[in-house]
Design a protein around this ligand. Structure first.
Ligand SMILES: [Zn+2]
Length: 153
């Protein structure tokens, strides 16, 4: 094999990933791993999520026009997010939205990288199956009815 071939051909690529929230590039061993339940339990996460370009229209219509369909869509966005069966690798900036043990989340991220993305932290998966019913309903109510309000008014 030529010199160039050795450099670019067979060399194993260093794995990279993206922050599941803001899409920032993450290199090997970077970031924090969260479960779906940890993500959806954060009110701050919803305050961000509900004013993103894809959701802002619903949020504006929900608060300003009291549009019932927009409110319903916010509930659906919550449900679709809460049922995600994935590990949430998040960046140094996004982790600040969550009140979690960052040392634990870091450890889970290292295991996630080590396993090439196959590792799931304990209590991963559908938040409805993991969270107490009251907790789930309370955060769903927040995400649907209140999240993002301070960015609209
Ligand atoms: Zn991020």
């Amino acid at each position: 094999m030529s010199f160039i071939g050795k450099l670019f051909g067979k060399k194993e690529k260093t794995p990279v990933s993206q922050c599941k929230i803001c899409k920032t590039l993450l290199e090997y061993n970077e970031g924090y791993a969260l479960t779906t339940s940890e993500v959806v339990s954060s009110k701050e996460y919803w305050d961000h999520k509900m004013v993103e370009p894809e959701t802002l229209g619903y949020t504006t219509a929900h608060f300003k026009q009291k549009d019932a369909n927009a409110t319903k869509m916010r509930g659906i966005i919550f449900e679709k997010t809460a049922e995600k069966d994935q590990t949430w690798l998040v960046c140094d900036t996004c982790i600040k939205q969550f009140e979690v043990d960052t040392n634990e989340a870091k450890k889970h991220a290292l295991q996630w990288w080590e396993s090439k993305g196959n590792y799931n932290p304990p209590k991963s998966g559908d938040a409805k199956a993991v969270l107490e019913k009251d907790t789930y309903e309370e955060i769903k109510e927040y995400a649907t009815m209140l999240a993002g309000a301070n960015k609209i008014r």
